[in-house]
Design a protein around this ligand. Structure first.
Ligand SMILES: C[S@@+](CC[C@H](N)C(=O)[O-])C[C@H]1O[C@@H](n2cnc3c(N)ncnc32)[C@H](O)[C@@H]1O
Length: 331
């Protein structure tokens, strides 16, 4: 069979194998103890060796682990930060979200094809009612968001050049990944995370963990009902990809109304390239379709939304990760 078909057809297996190896501490064992046989890992983690060996063979076939001649396995060194639970780049929570949440939701696509998304979703609850349905689901989602956003935010806060900003409002800022990175880089800055009330305890815990005192505040609210707190910079990280164009313009206009003259808005998102890739953007574009109501866009499409909401002087700054920055200024 062709390599292209193999990759396309069997991708399902690697996502599940990644998730299970992470969940059962296989990667952390390899990180802490070095190369090991499936039997040794299985004994240490109290899991079944035969199933583990099959998972490791699959992961070796996609180069996540390497298999030595003596049958021991090692984690590909460049992946260690992504699966080390102590690393700020740990991504296991996001993989878990894909397996436990996105996978189930992808089943809706068949119905969407037959009847259209609007008709299928009409009867159901709104996306964030589902996501915040109980404490566990809320915590898992916010953890996944933190893992997706905290590491890229180190670079995005530098690209945004916020040294002239006094007050940043992070709209839908979740448990504070971008706000914390911005406060660490700019000592004079104050930040407010504006988000749904369910998020409050999680943001407040972040504030305590990072000892941010009154530099980090939480403003509970609904950005469809309430106006935004006044500030000279507004951040929208993975917000506009949740919504349709008209809703995005409505949200950006709210930021424009609350923004001081000469202030800025920062959109931080995955971007489509001209060829309709890359793969993570195309994959998450499907996830946005089933999990929320939005989509991913090109940099030019975000710039058009900014202009429609009244911002000008729009610039695009690409990061070395998959979350990029599109900025606009208020006159
Ligand atoms: C995809 S997450 C993005 C989190 C974070 N900004 C990031 O970049 O990782 C979307 C955020 O929007 C918030 N949100 C959704 N609907 C909202 C509403 N009506 N009002 C305020 N916040 C909302 C959610 O609670 C969540 O924190």
């Amino acid at each position: 069979m062709s390599e292209i078909l193999d990759r396309a057809m069997f991708g399902l297996f690697s996502t599940h194998a990644l998730h299970l190896a992470d969940r059962h501490g296989v990667f952390t064992y390899l990180i802490d103890e070095g190369p090991a046989s499936p039997a040794r890992i299985a004994r240490a983690r109290g899991i079944a060796p035969e199933t583990l060996e099959r998972l490791l063979l699959l992961l070796a076939s996609v180069s996540v682990v390497e298999r030595d001649r003596d049958g021991t396995y090692r984690l590909a060194p460049e992946l260690a930060p992504s699966f080390d639970t102590a690393s700020p780049r740990y991504i296991g929570g996001f993989v878990s979200h894909m397996v436990t949440n996105t996978t189930t939701q992808l089943r809706k696509l068949d119905d969407y094809l037959a009847k259209g998304k609007e008709a299928v979703d009409a009867a159901g609850p709104s996306p964030f009612e589902t996501i915040y349905r109980d404490e566990e689901s809320t915590r898992d989602f916010l953890e996944a968001m933190w893992q997706l956003s905290f590491h890229p935010s180190q670079e995005l806060t530098r690209l945004a050049e916020l040294s002239d900003v006094g007050h940043l409002v992070d709209v839908g800022g979740a448990s504070g990944a971008f706000a914390v990175a911005a406060l660490a880089r700019y000592p004079e800055l104050k930040a407010t995370v504006f988000d749904l009330p369910q998020v409050g305890p999680h943001l407040e815990r972040t504030g305590r963990e990072y000892a941010l005192g009154d530099r980090l505040a939480f403003a509970p609210g609904d950005f469809f009902e309430d106006s935004l707190p006044l500030a000279d910079c507004f951040a929208f990280g993975y917000i506009l990809s949740d919504w349709q164009d008209e809703t995005c313009v409505e949200l950006l206009r709210k930021a424009h109304a609350a923004c001081g003259d000469g202030g800025r808005v920062l959109i931080m998102e995955r971007l489509f390239d001209d060829a309709g890739g890359p793969l993570p953007t195309a994959a998450q574009n499907l996830a946005m379709h089933v999990e929320v109501q939005g989509r991913h866009r090109t940099a030019a499409e975000y710039t058009a939304l900014l202009r429609e909401a009244g911002f000008y002087d729009c610039v695009v700054r690409r990061s070395t990760w998959d979350k990029h920055l599109v900025m606009g200024r208020k006159a």
